[in-house]
Ligand binder design. Structure first.
Ligand SMILES: CC(=O)N[C@H]1[C@@H](OP(=O)(O)OP(=O)(O)OC[C@H]2O[C@@H](n3ccc(=O)[nH]c3=O)[C@H](O)[C@@H]2O)O[C@H](CO)[C@@H](O)[C@@H]1O
Ligand SMILES: C=C(OP(=O)(O)O)C(=O)O
Length: 463
């Protein structure tokens, strides 16, 4: 990594440390975000490159033994960790702002370190390209948001269908291919569920395999299409990206590429909700409005007017009041699970009752308890939240239990009366580039407070 700039390195950003804001010794142990609510927002917000596309495309760069230049890569902790994982298997990686140069000419290791892989889900996806390049890969079971069991059985079954021997021992997935060329074989694979990660792992494995691979019931998410476009730009033969059926004809070699990552539809959706919940007009760019069809449709149901311009700008004009609406999360093009928690924050302030059903992950409603702490009226029935709108939320100390839960709390805090303190920011830092600074630029009263240095911290505790 070149830069001394924490933003470029994907590290959290130290803002002002105003000791008068540090109210308790426990606050001083970890970064927190403080938000004084009920400011209106105004202006234009720049949407960063998509986290979930950037991470898997970084993994995909392992397929290529020539130079890969990636542009529009967001500055996130997850991107930094993925960079470290690539370095650990021998990749030469240089970063300059939002541009990352990756050269995977020589892969020196087939094993990814547990300490890094355990931090993010997308790290596991390197198993496909590592196997394709080396005929062997050892990757620990991954981390990521704690929103369900998140098994990798579909990845493993698909790799086995392509001729890999796969076993899981002591938490490490070990896969290898036998035969003189140690090359995976094309196969016909049906996914029981259109898993984003399994589709991506198997697509990458198939790109350099011997023969044709068909993935049926494939995920259709924009990030899957972006990965396919990246691989095609290197010479891969992939048809059907964005449909339920992918056909991949293996090639023996990929060439260098210069590729720009798509804008982050989840970050864009979060800022649309920031506008709606604060009753503020905002403009977002760059965005691909088609990637937000389900979110825009639901926002319109809640009373907002949304105008897409030039296929890369979205303007939102919130209605006088927030109307209730029901939501069920589904694989793309359905309503995205990653927007479920943020959208719930909006509906806590609606004029009526909304049902929000989470179907993609079995345990992705931890934010409910935190929103209730802020005065929301939510009851749970199985995986459905029954949200009865209240006239106002009130600021409170809350914990960001996972990435999108953190975004939901930031949104609730922007609308709430009084001050909200959000802790456990490690989740938020994984997925939002400078969310506090972007909101501040729009007029939010938001401050990130970094922990005191160790020495000052212990003397503060002694007092
Ligand atoms: C890094 C990344 O891109 N993360 C995204 C990706 O996660 P991820 O790729 O992990 O999500 P999946 O689409 O694989 O998971 C969806 C469902 O399938 C299940 N499943 C998945 C794989 C498997 O082998 N077996 C299995 O049962 C999961 O437990 C979950 O219940 O897509 C999710 C669904 O849009 C998003 O919320 C995440 O932000
Ligand atoms: C769940 C998410 O990320 P991950 O899959 O990396 O845990 C997310 O981006 O909302």
């Amino acid at each position: 990594m070149h830069s001394q700039n924490p933003i470029l390195e994907g590290r959290p950003i130290t803002l002002t440390l105003n000791s008068s804001n540090v109210s308790t010794a426990s606050d001083a142990d970890q970064p927190i975000i403080k938000i004084a609510g009920r400011s209106s927002l105004k202006g234009q917000v720049a949407i960063s490159g998509a986290k979930n596309a950037a991470l898997v495309i970084m993994a995909g760069a392992l397929l290529c033994s020539e130079d890969c230049r990636l542009r529009n890569v967001p500055s996130l902790v997850d991107v930094g960790t993925m960079g470290q994982i690539l370095s650990a298997v021998g990749v030469d990686l240089k970063r300059d702002g939002s541009v990352i140069d990756i050269n995977a000419r020589e892969l020196t290791h087939s094993e990814a370190p547990y300490e890094l892989v355990s931090q993010l889900r997308a790290s596991f996806f390197i198993i496909g390209p590592l196997l394709a390049r080396l005929g062997i890969a050892k990757v620990p079971l991954p981390g990521g948001c704690a929103i369900g069991a998140r098994p990798v059985d579909l990845h493993v079954q698909g790799l086995r269908a392509m001729g890999a021997h796969v076993q899981i021992d002591h938490g490490i997935v070990e896969a290898y291919v036998t035969g003189s060329d140690r090359r995976l074989k094309g196969a016909k694979i049906y996914l029981d569920y259109p898993s984003v990660g399994a589709t991506e792992t198997l697509m990458m494995a198939a790109v350099l395999a011997d023969g044709e691979t068909i993935i049926d019931n494939a995920a259709q998410e924009p990030e899957v299409i972006d990965l396919a476009n990246f691989c095609r730009a290197m010479g891969a033969k992939i048809e059907g990206a964005g449909t339920k059926k992918l056909v991949i004809s293996g090639v023996s070699h990929l060439h260098s590429v210069d590729y720009s990552i798509i804008p982050d539809r989840i970050e864009a959706g979060t800022f649309l909700l920031a506008a709606a919940i604060t009753g503020s007009e905002l403009t977002l760019a760059p965005v691909i409005p088609d990637h937000l069809t389900a979110v825009i449709a639901k926002l319109r149901k809640t009373g907002s007017t949304i105008v897409a311009e030039d296929n890369q700008v979205i303007r939102i004009i919130p209605g006088q009041e927030i109307l209730p609406t029901d939501i069920e999360t589904l694989p793309y093009p359905g309503f995205p699970t990653d927007m479920q928690a943020p959208f719930m924050s909006l509906l806590t302030l609606s004029k009526g009752n909304s049902l929000i059903t989470e179907t993609v992950f079995e345990n992705r409603l931890h934010h409910v308890a935190e929103l209730i702490r802020m005065g929301a009226d939510i009851r749970m029935k199985g995986n459905t939240a029954i949200v009865s709108g209240v006239p106002i939320l009130s600021g409170a100390p809350v914990r960001a239990t996972d990435l999108r839960a953190g975004a939901a709390l930031v949104l609730a805090a922007l609308a709430a009366e009084g001050e909200t303190t959000i802790s456990d920011l490690q989740h938020l830092d994984r997925g939002y580039e400078r969310i506090d600074l972007k909101l501040k630029d729009l007029g939010a009263r938001i401050e990130r407070i970094e922990p005191l240095p160790e020495s000052e911290n212990s003397s503060a505790k002694d007092k």
